[in-house]
Design a protein. Sequence first.
Length: 140
Amino acid sequence: MNREIIFKAKRKDNGEWVEGYYRADQDLDMHYICGWNYYPSENGLEKEPFEYEINPETLCQYIGLKDKNGKKIWENDIVQAWSEGSNAIGKVIRRVDGLYIMYPAYQKKEFWGLYPNKNGKTTVEVIGNIFDNPELLEVD
């Protein structure tokens, strides 16, 4: 199965999230998310290109999995997971070997692998991300 390689990041002009393909202009040190907006017209479905300058510090790659509600999971998302009657909240990261994992906020050394179930989803739920909701990772 080929996974869709897309990214999301916050736009520089208004701080809104945008998703699409990542492009960097090394000469100008500028970073962009680009893609296509589709819209209906009298000629059928048409498309027009878009390109937004982004804050590269917010760049997140789609991990190729969806949460239990069908929502895309991105690097730097904060997810809640359930295991053996308990739950944990953690940050999604990519390990050197390419495996996407969740580091529970309360255990810095332990991680949980993120794998699809038979429906192609995971059992975790996206509840935020480290840029908009860092307080979700705070541990008492």
